[in-house]
Design a protein around this ligand. Structure first.
Ligand code: AMP
Length: 504
C-alpha cells in the first residue's frame, strides 16, 4: 500500500478539516492539501521523474514540506529528506549517493547547493513550486510494502553517511504503533513541528494525516521554546516530538514565564539519553504529558516506548527504575539482548540490543557490506548496549559506537577526525563528547600536533567550518603529546573522557 492513500482517504472523508498551518494560520484543508500534492505528483512526472526515482528535500520546516513529501509518494518516487543544517557539501554527497533526479530546497539553501551540483533544483518556497502544485492531479501509484518511500541518511562511523531504506510498509507499521504505544490521535489535535521534518518529527506526519489532524509549523521554522508554548496555548491540543535538550529548554522557558504548558497534549521525547533530573523537573512542572520513544533510523521511532503513566506515576514502586528506562517493545517489534556471540541474555544481563519486526529496514541503500554487518538472521543489531528487566522494560547503558549526541543531533567523531587529519598541523586526533548542560553533549578534539607545529585553534576551526556543518565543530581543542592506545593501537576514548571528567 502506498502510504499516500491515507491522505486521499482523509481528503475524501474530512476534506474540510484544517490540515496545513503556519503558526495559527490555516493555509490548506485536507481537500486542498491532497489536490496540491496530486498536482505536484503530475508535475514531477511531466518533468521526467518516474516511480522508484529519488527526489531530495533539502529544506527547513514548512507546510509545503508535507505537500512535497506526499507529491513524491503519490507518483511512486522516494523522498530523500536532508537535514537543513548540513553543509552544502554534505548535502551534495547525499544527493549524489541517493542518485536523486531532482532537488526541492529552501531558497536560502539553494546557492550553496548549486555551487556543488548541476542537478535541477526547485525552490520549495518559490513561484515555480507553487505552480507545480496547481492543476490536474496524478493518480496514486501502486506501491508494494517493500517499495522505497524515504531514504533516511544517518552518518556512519566511517564518516560517510549511509541511506537507511524506509519502505511504505515500514512507514505504515511505525505509524500504527503510534496510537497503540505512544499516544492516541484525534482529529482536533495539532502535530507541532518544532524539530526537523527531515527526521523523527516528519516521520510522525503520516499518522496525523490518517487521523485528519492539523499540521502546525512554527513561523520561525525551527525550535523556539516561547513560540512552542504560545502556539500550544492558542491552538492546542498539540503533540510534538522533542530531543531531550529541547525538552529541558522548554521547561526552563515555561518556568521563567510561569506558563504551565496550556494546550500541550503530549510531548514525545527521545533520540538521545534523557537526564533523570530533567524529566522529573518537566513532569513536576507540566504534569503527565510525556511519552518517551527509543528508535533509530534503521527502525524509525519504533523500538520501545515508555508510557505516560510510567513516567508520571510516582506511586508505582519501581517508578524510578522505569523512568530511567526507555520502556517496553512497541507493538510491531520484538526486542532481545544478546552477548558478543549472539546468545540471548537473561533479564538483568547487559549486552547488545537487537530488534526485528515490520518497522525494521530491509537494508542500507546500495551498501550490502554495511547491511550485512547490521542485519543478522532477520535481526537489526542496534549497536546500543542495554538490559531488559523481568517486566520487559529496556534500559540503555551506552552506545557501542562513540556517537556524540549534541542538541538531539548525532555527531560521529570519525567524520570530524578525518577532516582534522587533513590539516597539515595535525598528526593525530581523537574526538569525544563531554557532557554539556545546554546541548546534552558537546564535541571536544584532542590534537597531537605535527612535528614542529603547535596547536592553532583558529586555523583548525576555519578548516572545519569551510567543509562541515557548524554544529559539528569542536567546542574545545586540547593539545596532547600522544593519544592513549590499547595493544592493537586503537585509541582509548574512555581514557580521554575520564581525562575530561577530571579537568571539570
Ligand atoms: P538515529 O539513528 O540518528 O535516530 O540515532 C539513534 C540512536 O540514538 C540510538 O541507536 C540510540 O543510541 C540513541 N537513542 C535513540 N532514542 C533514545 C532514547 N530514548 N534514549 C537514549 N538514547 C536514544
Amino acid at each position: 500500500m502506498n502510504i499516500a492513500h491515507w491522505l486521499a482517504r482523509t481528503a475524501r472523508s474530512s476534506g474540510g478539516n484544517p490540515a496545513l498551518m503556519r503558526g495559527g494560520q490555516v493555509l490548506a484543508d485536507y481537500a486542498t492539501f491532497h489536490a496540491r500534492a496530486g498536482a505536484l505528483a503530475r508535475s514531477l512526472t511531466e518533468q521526467g521523474i518516474a516511480p522508484d526515482d529519488r527526489v531530495a528535500l533539502f529544506a527547513t520546516n514548512s507546510p509545503d514540506y508535507l505537500v512535497a513529501l506526499y507529491g513524491i509518494w503519490i507518483m511512486g518516487a522516494a523522498a530523500v529528506p536532508i537535514n537543513a543544517k548540513l553543509h552544502p557539501r554534505e548535502a551534495h554527497f547525499i544527493v549524489q549517493n541517493s542518485g536523486s533526479a531532482h532537488v526541492l530546497a529552501s531558497t536560502d539553501l539553494i546557492a550553496g547547493l548549486r555551487a556543488e551540483s548541476t542537478l535541477p533544483v526547485t525552490a520549495l518556497d518559490g513561484p515555480d513550486f507553487a505552480a507545480m502544485t496547481i492543476g490536474p492531479a496524478a493518480p496514486i501509484c501502486d506501491r508494494a510494502p517493500g517499495d522505497l518511500a524515504w531514504l533516511f541518511y544517518t552518518s556512519g562511523t566511517t564518516g560517510r553517511p549511509k541511506g537507511v531504506q524506509i519502505t511504505h510498509g515500514m512507514l505504515a507499521a511505525t505509524s500504527l504503533c503510534y496510537p497503540m504505544d505512544v499516544d492516541p490521535v484525534a482529529c482536533d489535535d495539532a502535530a507541532l513541528y518544532a524539530a526537523p521534518m527531515s527526521h523523527g518529527a516528519g516521520l510522525y506526519a503520516p499518522i496525523h494525516v490518517r487521523m485528519g489532524a492539523r499540521h502546525m509549523v512554527p513561523p520561525s521554522g525551527g525550535f523556539d521554546p516561547a513560540e512552542v508554548l504560545a502556539l500550544s496555548a492558542a491552538h492546542g491540543p498539540t503533540s510534538l516530538f522533542m530531543a531531550p535538550t529541547m525538552l529541558k529548554r522548554v521547561t526552563d522557558a515555561a518556568k521563567a514565564a510561569g506558563q504551565r504548558g496550556a494546550g500541550i497534549k503530549t510531548i514525545i521525547y527521545g533520540g538521545g539519553p534523557m537526564y533523570r533530573a530533567d524529566i522529573e523537573a518537566a513532569v513536576d512542572w507540566f504534569g503527565p504529558r510525556f511519552v518517551q520513544i527509543y528508535g533509530q533510523g534503521e527502525c524509525p521511532m519504533a523500538i520501545t516506548a515508555l508510557a505516560r503513566a510510567d513516567i508520571a506515576d510516582r506511586t508505582q514502586p519501581r517508578w524510578r527504575e522505569r523512568l530511567a528506562s526507555v520502556g517496553r517493545a512497541q507493538s510491531a517489534v520484538e526486542i532481545a539482548v544478546v552477548d558478543a556471540t549472539g546468545q540471548p541474555l537473561a533479564a538483568g544481563q547487559t549486552g547488545e540490543i537487537m530488534v526485528r519486526g515490520a518497522p525494521v529496514m530491509p537494508g542500507y541503500w546500495q551498501n550490502p557490506e554495511a547491511t550485512a554487518r547490521t542485519l543478522r538472521d532477520g535481526w537489526l543489531m542496534t549497536g546500543d548496549i542495554g538490559h531488559l528487566d523481568a517486566d520487559g522494560y529496556l534500559t540503555l547503558v551506552d552506545r557501542s559506537k562513540d556517537v556524540i549526541i549534541s542538541g538531539g543531533t548525532n555527531i560521529y567523531p570519525r567524520e570530524i577526525e578525518e577532516l582534522l587529519l587533513t590539516h597539515p598541523s595535525v598528526d593525530a586526533v581523537a574526538v569525544v563528547g563531554r557532557p554539556s548542560a545546554d546541548w546534552g553533549e558537546e564535541v571536544v578534539a584532542f590534537i597531537v600536533p605535527a612535528p614542529g607545529a603547535g596547536l592553532d585553534t583558529a586555523a583548525l576551526d576555519a578548516h572545519i567550518l569551510a567543509q562541515m556543518a557548524r554544529f559539528k565543530r569542536p567546542k574545545a581543542y586540547i593539545q596532547i603529546a600522544d593519544l592513549p592506545r590499547n595493544n592493537y593501537g586503537k585509541v582509548l576514548k574512555t581514557v580521554l573522557r575520564q581525562q575530561l571528567e577530571e579537568m571539570r
